[in-house]
Design a protein around this ligand. Structure first.
Ligand code: ZN
Length: 334
């Protein structure tokens, strides 16, 4: 009897020790509170050059940005995943998207037919992939096929085919950034539509079966609100473009794809230059900006009770519909 008592006593002590250790681990893993209605940063870069200013980022600065994301538990998402609401970030991680506009040569340059310039964005991203294989690398390149010179599908004409195929074969995405980069505030909707269609036609001369699935509007400019659906899909049969998500350039965080006010036609992106990035980091660390914090389960949407009213209207009482209107996820309050 005494030995039974002693055994159960030691078992209890052991149980307490295990519980403390477990809860400590859990709290260090989840030092960020899960919130899948938090905001998602979509960083936007233009040229990668020897300067750091509004339109340029130095290779060393881009590297620093990647280190920040890796060291602070970020998980890079594809635009396709954002659209599906499929967020496979580990518990406590923040999903983010990297985007590059204007298809400039500094984003993807070959030094010779088989050597990528290590100082071009793709060179930096590919090296990073090798150095940190557990950090997921993906990015979307919003291209302008009618631009000439260094912005014509990354500049080097003889390698356009090779570059576009490389992107698709190496876990990158290609998005439409219009064909000739017009300002949508001052261009008629008819011209905007034929320019978008031309961009689709031009990219098909290199990638015959490729269809854009997203658009980043030039300068982040927009026509009148009632015309936004025509940026996604033209009413004319002559036009073949189809954009499921449309991105602006407003230097704001994107809403969660499960938020009531998420708008497929106007998904906000952040600027990717020094001051904007510093301000982002400061606002997140001070708690002023509340990012999306993953629950670690891509098939479940977990949100704090206090934010229930911000959740998108449910398709039925236990399921929430993804922006693509196809995928449903169960959701959980805590
Ligand atoms: Zn642009």
């Amino acid at each position: 009897m005494f030995s039974n008592f002693r055994n159960s006593f030691y078992l209890k002590i052991l149980f307490v020790i295990i519980s403390i250790t477990y809860s400590k681990n859990l709290s260090s893993q989840t030092s960020r509170q899960v919130d899948e209605l938090g905001m998602i940063p979509i960083f936007t870069y233009h040229k990668i050059t020897s300067k750091d200013n509004l339109m340029n980022r130095k290779p060393s600065s881009l590297l620093k940005d990647l280190d920040y994301l890796r060291n602070n538990k970020y998980y890079l998402l594809t635009v396709e995943e954002l659209y599906k609401g499929y967020i496979n970030a580990p518990l406590g991680y923040i999903p983010a998207v990297l985007s590059f506009d204007d298809s400039h040569i500094s984003q993807f340059k070959y030094l010779s037919s088989n050597k990528i310039d290590p100082n071009s964005a793709i060179g930096i991203l590919e090296d990073y992939k090798k150095k940190y294989p557990t950090f997921r690398i993906t990015a979307i390149f919003f291209v302008t096929p009618c631009q000439r010179g260094q912005n014509e599908l990354f500049g080097q004409k003889q390698w356009i085919n090779k570059k576009l195929s490389f992107l698709l074969e190496n876990s990158y995405e290609i998005g439409n950034h219009s064909c000739s980069h017009p300002n949508y505030q001052t261009t008629s909707i008819e011209r905007i539509q034929s320019d978008l269609n031309l961009s689709q036609t031009k990219i098909n001369t290199y990638l015959p079966n490729f269809q854009y699935t997203s658009l980043a509007t030039p300068y982040g400019s927009y026509p009148k609100r009632k015309l936004w659906p025509l940026l996604a899909k033209s009413s004319s049969k002559k036009h073949s473009y189809r954009h499921k998500l449309i991105f602006s350039y407003s230097n704001r965080l994107s809403l969660s794809p499960f938020a009531k006010n998420y708008n497929l036609f106007r998904v906000s992106r952040l600027h990717g230059f020094e001051e904007a990035l510093q301000s982002y980091r400061q606002k997140v660390s001070s708690g002023e900006w509340k990012p999306f914090i993953s629950d670690g389960n891509p098939n479940l949407v977990t949100i704090p009770k206090s934010r229930k009213d911000e959740l998108k209207i449910r398709s039925n009482k236990n399921l929430i519909l993804a922006p693509n209107s196809k995928d449903y996820y169960p959701w959980k309050l805590y």
